[in-house]
Write a protein that binds this ligand. Sequence first.
Ligand code: ADP
Ligand code: MG
Length: 368
Amino acid sequence: DVKHEPLPIRRLQESLINRIAAGEIIHRPASALKELLENCLDAGATSIRVTVKDGGMKLLQIQDNGCGIRKADLPILAERFTTSKLSTFSDLSRIRTYGFRGEALASISHVARLSVVTKTKTETCAWRAHYLDGALVEPKPGQTAEPKPCAGNDGTTIVIEDLFYNTPTRLSALRSASDEYSRILDVITKYAVHNPKVAFSCKKVGSPSPDLTTPSSSEVKQAIRLLYGHSIAKDLLHATIEDKNKNKSRDEDDAETRESWTAEAHYTNANYQSKKMVFLLFINHRLVESSRMKRALEAAYSGVLPKGASPFIYLSLQINPRDVDVNVHPTKKEVHFLNEDEITNQISDSLQKSLASQSQSRVFEYQT
Ligand code: ADP
Ligand code: MG
């Protein structure tokens, strides 16, 4: 066993570092879109329109009617760690916005061509700017990189073109355009269920009609009917679940770790059966994944659904932001929170009871 000589350690080039970091946040068109959607919602938009070409690989455009970006902020917009949402470390424990790290636009600018048209209420015209590798760039050789005045409505339009043009392996790892497009639709669908007051639409470039559209000022149930269909909506139950230990007297130590939480659940009853479980999980309004929670909730149906049949569940869980660590995963897809097991058990118990009593009453109905 001959040891070879150690190789010298070198600093990676800045551009390579940025590209690697960007790849951790932006996996595919749908993950870029998720970041952009969250920015629109953070900006208070009530209308969000998405336009897609080639599954988002060629073009991903997202237009909102939110607060817009101040012209003075445009030069640093796509720099890493520039944000209007977080300024001190203690803010991190009170996060109420989706964004906080100022990494999304920066990352996108390292793996795609990024451009922005934005107008705040007080500005008299909109401003257009182009970015590459974190900085303003001239849109065409010989032109200036400075933002240019243009016509535009209040709000922001972000355009991403040629995603992963400079990371060919990432590009080749993507699925077909239609597969990427359905992932995009899936993300928008889920946010549209969770934000029924906001009007969403999504269409392909050149297509006359949108593939997805929701009205503004709707309700969760209507949104589910519209987006997931009548067969789910007609068999939907609704529950508000609260921490059952919330008002229990507790000693000082316990008060430190136990925080109350609430959950809103819309879930199908025993009449609905699907081959694959549809599970929408939002924790503090953020779309996340938890295979643990998913398994536990699916198990709550084992008494009422035949083997191999699965439910639809939309769960919106609200926990004190102090108890959630949103910063564990680059895409913020996975979050950690205190008392995860207990919260999961309580919710799953509550669904199970409600399902059992519902199918009981069904039995009585048949008997009478
Ligand atoms: P973060 O959301 O973590 O702050 P981003 O890179 O996603 O980081 O965005 C950087 C900043 O750009 C945001 O803090 C916000 O001020 C501004 N911004 C991005 N998108 C929008 C938008 N659609 N409307 C208004 N401001 C936006
Ligand atoms: Mg953001």
